[in-house]
Write a protein that binds this ligand. Structure first.
Ligand code: NAD
Length: 243
């Protein structure tokens, strides 16, 4: 794989969970990391980490996205990690919920991609990694209608960017995790009332009998950043859920 040492990496939603673990993994691999999030308190837990700079960035705010990427200059690797889990079937999904899920899970990625692509094309080099999920076009999951719809769109976005720019030095891949231990998964388990039962149910759907860790997903993000012959892939990392 290619060396990402010294490369500039931007990670969205890097305050906690997979994004945070990825920011640290990229930094450990010698990249210069911009860890961005809307949760400044969460971002501050990265203060003092070598090779990591933090910045407040709301990926729903188009003007803020443009201004941020103008400010920081050349980006070698963009990891679009921001995303939100909507719970419910298609009947539990008002238009406004689907709009919000699309805005955060899909359009935000389009925004950041549009901000970095021209520079990447100028340099003839760049890698984009988008956070999808096994719950997408890969697998139907109960009570994940808006989530599955939007994460499927992430895979479509990934493949279209990969196809359009494959001959110009740009690679674009998606990561499709199964169930991963993260602060928002914790909240989803608590929200279900019986925490132990909810946790057991999440574990039961993972054939390996355990949840994934943010660090396991972060390793794949670092791998894909340097995987010089891989593009347009939706890579599963799901403890066997998608078998
Ligand atoms: P998380 O849900 O615990 O944290 C999400 C982070 O996103 C938070 O720090 C939050 O402040 C930030 N965020 C929210 N809105 C934002 C915005 N508008 N702009 C910038 N940042 C914003 O983290 P996680 O569970 O590791 O999920 C990260 C990604 O991985 C998401 O896209 C999620 O869909 C995906 N994913 C997670 C799992 C899982 O089981 N945890 C599985 C598959 C895919």
């Amino acid at each position: 794989t290619g060396n990402i040492h010294g490369k500039t990496v931007v990670v969205t939603a890097a305050g906690q969970g997979i994004g945070r673990a990825s920011a640290l993994a990229f930094a450990a691999a010698g990249a210069k990391v911009w860890a961005t999030d809307i949760n400044d308190a969460a971002l501050s837990t990265l203060d003092g980490e070598a090779n990591v700079q933090t910045a407040h960035l709301d990926v729903l705010n188009a003007a803020a996205v443009t201004a941020f990427f103008e400010k920081i200059g050349a980006v070698d690797v963009l990891f679009n990690c921001a995303g939100f889990v909507h719970a419910g079937s298609v009947l539990d999904m008002p238009d406004s919920d689907l709009d919000f899920a699309f805005d955060l899970n899909v359009r935000a990625m389009v925004r950041t991609i549009k901000a970095v692509l021209p520079g990447m094309l100028e340099r003839g080099d760049g890698t984009i990694i988008n956070m999808a999920s096994i719950a997408s076009s890969t697998k139907g999951v109960p009570n994940r209608a808006a989530y599955g719809i939007t994460k499927a769109a992430v895979i479509g976005l990934t493949k279209s960017v990969a196809a359009d720019y494959v001959a110009q030095g740009i690679r674009c891949n998606a990561i499709c995790p199964g169930t991963v231990e993260s602060p928002s998964l914790e909240s989803r388990m608590r929200a279900q009332g019986n925490y132990e039962e909810a946790r057991a149910a999440f574990i039961a759907r993972q054939p390996m009998g355990r949840l994934g860790t943010p660090e396991e997903i972060a390793d794949l993000a670092v791998y894909l950043a340097g995987a010089t012959y891989t593009t347009g892939q939706a890579v599963g990392i799901d403890g066997g859920w998608g078998i």
